[in-house]
Design a protein around this ligand. Structure first.
Ligand SMILES: Nc1nc2c(c(=O)[nH]1)N[C@H]1C(S)=C(S)[C@@H](COP(=O)(O)OP(=O)(O)OC[C@H]3O[C@@H](n4cnc5c(=O)[nH]c(N)nc54)[C@H](O)[C@@H]3O)O[C@H]1N2
Ligand SMILES: Nc1nc2c(c(=O)[nH]1)N[C@H]1C(S)=C(S)[C@@H](COP(=O)(O)OP(=O)(O)OC[C@H]3O[C@@H](n4cnc5c(=O)[nH]c(N)nc54)[C@H](O)[C@@H]3O)O[C@H]1N2
Ligand code: SF4
Ligand SMILES: [Mo]
Length: 688
């Protein structure tokens, strides 16, 4: 077969969801991977890690056949076993747990290792058919989503392609150079075509911040204060669009009175920024009508993250930036995709009375915390797909203790032997996206994509869909979705959603789900019942823990503040060549990321007598971890950054950064707080 490029879509947990072209060398081998040049969001650009996907898909360490544990948990001793035997054992273990403790003792657990709707979400169909425990998906998006919806009413914003028509782009709490590179393509267009200015708001000088005209290097968890300080100037200096607010917002008068009390000097005190920098940014933002705020997840991963996202989203409603093409802003565009996933997820058979455990609190759940278990039975059996909690979930010490419980039956369906898979009783080998069919929503853009497999599955690998259906058969689970192929599920789901079917969508490569430019900018009203942007959100409608939420945008003072015992605030931002825990197995990524490293202000290094390259111990009440230090002047004193997510084994003592992060559920509806940790820091003794 002659080499050829076939269309695909990137399945990883990245808002860019790039349209790909993959070179097929033969039935089992790929060559180059490149971005589709004719997709007007991807524009031929993809990140370096996916451009060398060959290294991942043809990784010699890939799992190729089912395995059964032979030694003690975590010993790493496994023996090969047939698919039939493996699935029988999993089904038997689930039946035993359900017989003894009720079906809620089984907890299917998953997240977004693949973003494909069929392969990611089919696990819910099995859950609902069997009455197993449900899962609240809090590990990533909850805080940001609640915060954005609070004001606008819907998870969408200005068309990201319209950034090219902006005169000012504010990248707020995101690092797209690392985390969604296509944003930068559109930023570059605005710069080239309109001379647009770029501002980045981030606690440290990321590559994104470095490439910007202005970097506001604030303390973590203080974005609400910055936004309110900016509002003060917008009102005081005549930049507020009163006509727009009168027509499109809920209570501008109250907001104005509220922010009058909160000056740039007040914001400077909280954020650690200079007052004149806050004022200068506010003036620039106020003067520039075509201003586009691209809000990221990063600044929402704090206890006050939802409040901060809401505060930031208020800015374009004050200046009326939404009026102008290229103005307004966006965080994510999920609401464009009105996909009816009833068949994939088995929503028609879901029993809402069954408990839903908070996935970010997996450590507490598995170690028997009554609150985390919501008063129900212990979790005795799990199937994990698309997730690596041993590395990525908060409170690693508890997570590992729980996963190692001898009385917990654990099945992990994985592509490689992750630190989670290594703790399993049964490990099942999973296909990669190039080996199965699926459909993808582009959260960071406007396209829905349907992708067919490019090569044959490696070894004995099976898809998530096949595993779910295989277990359903053995467990007697009933639902039409279990007897459909992945392609049939795609076709049915698209048609149920009023979209072209699978064949047609695949032929056109992507389906544009955008609305008109005006609609994307809420020119016909915001998505709340009253059609207005809400400066005073109805937090009670957004989550049970709403009492602490500020009535109007403010600095919500509920973070893990620095104190004398723990004087440093730690951010655990993503690494450029990893994608969460993925790509920590590819040699090039590992080589370029080098090792877990704490970026520390040079003056803090001096105070602590730490030299570049020294080992340092970072800790709090939960644990301590040892990393190498790097002096870095791109952050405030009192802030440290450790990029990750590295495997536990990459750390000097074999325990990773999430041993320090908290599983506290942030208000109003939960959400993990990965960048909200106060720590102490000290040099590790030489040779220790
Ligand atoms: N290369 C790479 N790409 C990725 C990922 C990865 O791990 N690696 N992860 C993927 C996933 S799952 C997601 S959800 C997205 C997330 O992508 P982003 O939206 O970019 O969010 P984060 O990666 O959490 O953090 C982005 C930035 O937020 C900053 N930040 C932290 N705390 C604060 C704060 O209090 N205020 C402000 N203003 N900024 C703050 C961090 O320093 C960091 O530079 O990226 C995806 N893409
Ligand atoms: N300290 C710190 N911790 C964090 C974060 C942070 O910024 N800092 N970010 C958090 C965020 S935003 C997220 S989303 C989570 C993400 O955490 P995870 O969801 O664990 O992240 P991934 O590495 O994207 O995917 C997990 C696994 O899915 C597997 N996988 C991929 N495709 C398939 C498939 O088709 N089938 C099966 N069976 N498996 C598949 C991959 O091999 C990978 O091991 O981490 C969180 N943890
Ligand atoms: S930028 Fe994101 S969506 Fe695009 S190829 Fe890289 S990981 Fe995939
Ligand atoms: Mo995420």
């Amino acid at each position: 077969m002659a080499p050829e490029f076939l269309p695909s879509a990137c399945p990883h947990d990245c808002p860019s969801t790039c349209a790909l072209e993959v070179e097929r060398l033969d039935d089992n081998t790929i060559g180059k991977v490149r971005g589709a040049a004719d997709n007007d969001y991807t524009l031929g650009v993809i990140c370096e890690k996916v451009s060398r996907y060959r290294e991942r898909v043809h990784n010699p360490d890939r799992l190729s056949h089912p395995l059964r544990r032979t030694g003690p948990k975590g010993s790493g001793n496994f023996e090969p076993v047939s698919w039939d035997d493996a699935l029988d054992e999993v089904a038997d273990a689930f039946k035993r747990a359900a017989d003894e403790f009720g079906p809620a003792a089984v907890w299917p657990y998953h997240y977004a290792g693949t973003m494909g709707l069929v392969q990611r979400d089919g696990i819910h169909r099995l859950r609902h058919a069997m009455g197993y425990s449900d899962m609240v998906e809090t590990i990533c998006v909850t805080l940001a989503q609640k915060g954005w919806i609070a004001g606008t009413g819907a998870l969408r914003g200005t068309d990201p392609r319209e950034m090219a028509a902006s005169d000012l782009i504010v990248i707020w709490g995101a690092n797209p150079v690392s985390t969604q590179v296509n944003v930068m393509t559109h930023v570059s267009r605005a710069r080239k075509e309109r001379g647009a200015k770029v501002v980045t708001v981030d606690p440290y000088r990321t590559q994104t911040a470095k490439s910007s005209d202005i970097h506001l290097s604030l303390r973590p968890g203080t974005d609400g204060a910055l936004a309110v300080g900016v509002m003060h100037v917008l009102f005081a200096e005549g930049y507020a669009d009163r006509d727009y607010m009168e027509r499109y917002t809920d209570d501008p008068g109250r907001l104005e009175a509220h922010v009058k009390e909160r000056s740039p000097a007040w914001a400077a005190e909280i954020t650690g920024l200079a007052e004149h920098d806050i004022v200068a940014f506010a003036r620039l933002y106020g003067e520039t009508k075509r201003s586009y705020i691209r809000a990221g997840y990063g600044f929402s991963r704090s206890r006050n993250g939802a409040a901060n996202m809401h505060a930031v989203s208020c800015l374009p409603a004050i200046t009326g930036a939404w009026r102008h093409p290229g103005g307004g802003g966006m965080y994510i565009n999920n609401a464009l995709y009105d996909i009816d996933q009833t068949v994939i997820k088995g929503l028609d058979i879901k029993n809402p009375a069954i408990r839903a455990l908070d996935m970010s609190r997996i450590g507490a759940v598995l170690t028997g915390d009554e609150d985390a278990l919501l008063g129900g039975p212990p979790v005795k059996a799990m199937l994990i797909q698309n997730q690596n909690p041993a590395m990525v979930a908060p409170e690693t010490v508890k997570v590992l203790e729980g996963l190692k419980r001898e009385d917990l039956f654990l099945c992990v369906h994985e592509q490689i032997m992750t630190e989670t898979a290594a703790l399993a009783d049964i490990v099942l080998p999973a296909t990669m996206f190039l080996e199965h069919d699926d459909m993808y929503k582009g959260g960071g853009h406007v396209y829905l994509q349907v992708a067919k497999k490019v090569i044959e599955p490696y070894g004995e690998c099976r898809t998530n869909h096949e595993v779910i259906c295989g277990l359903a058969r053995r467990l007697g689970a009933e639902h039409p979705g279990f007897s459909m192929t992945a392609w049939e599920l795609i076709d049915r789901t698209l048609k149920d959603s009023g979209l072209p079917g699978a064949d047609e969508a695949h032929k056109t490569r992507w389906v544009d789900c955008s609305k008109s430019s005006e609609d994307m900018r809420y020119r016909h009203g915001f998505a709340h019942a009253d059609g207005r942007f809400h400066f005073a959100p109805d937090w009670a409608a957004l989550g049970p823990d709403h009492a602490v939420m500020p009535e109007l945008p403010d600095h919500l003072d509920n973070i893990d503040k620095a104190c004398s015992e723990r004087p440093y605030r730690m951010v655990t931002a993503p690494a450029r060549r990893f994608l969460n825990s993925t790509f920590t197995e590819t040699p090039t990524s590992l080589k370029k990321e080098i090792r877990p490293t704490a970026l520390i202000h040079p003056d803090d290094c001096k105070d602590l007598d730490i030299e570049d390259g020294d080992k340092v111990r970072v800790g709090n009440a939960k644990a301590s971890v040892v990393v190498h230090a790097k002096a870095f002047d791109g952050l405030q004193q009192g802030v440290i950054v450790i990029e990750g997510i590295w495997p536990n084994k990459a750390f000097v003592e074999g325990i990773g950064i999430n041993a320090l992060t908290s599983a506290d559920a942030a208000p109003p509806a939960g959400g993990a707080v990965f960048h909200d940790t106060a720590v102490w820091l000290k040099p590790e003794e030489q040779g220790a």
